[in-house]
Design a protein around this ligand. Sequence first.
Ligand code: SF4
Length: 186
Amino acid sequence: MEKIKIGISKCLLGEKVRYDGGHAHDRYITDTLGQYFDFISVCPEVEYGLPVPREAMCLTGVPENPRLVTIKSGIDHTEGMKKWAQGRLDDLAKEGLCGFIFKSRSPSSGMQGVKVYNEKGVPVKSGVGIFADAFLKRFPLIPVIDDGRLNDPGLRENFIEKVFVYYRWLEFLKKGGKPKDHIHWS
Ligand code: SF4
């Protein structure tokens, strides 16, 4: 059986792309899931054009529509990152991804519970990273999880099961199957 394609935040594969020049290698992902999945990696901040190392960023403003800004110099990368994300998502749409593993807590890649700082500098843990948000809106049916939730056996199992179901669904459509063929009348 061919390996199933899964998108992933690049630093989780051990690539040194984080703001501090480090990585966030997750061995369960590379050593165990890597036996079944082919990873298509994405580092929004580096692919958007920022260097390694770089000034750390955070989300500010309101959780429903946060800004992505550098912490010390206050440079606002929100619009640039959103624009870049649309082009990257166009490419990913051609990959046939059956899932995505996001890096938790990142202002670019975190899929939920990312800190958003209000004007008083108080964080609320209810934001979504700018790239992750664009991905979730563009591909609402693709199964997603982050590295933190992957440590929970129940959530992990659920994610993997959904990935296999989604894979079989895409295979079914590729072979000319129509959604109505899946409806059974009793
Ligand atoms: S969390 Fe996302 S933006 Fe940050 S280093 Fe990892 S892949 Fe790049």
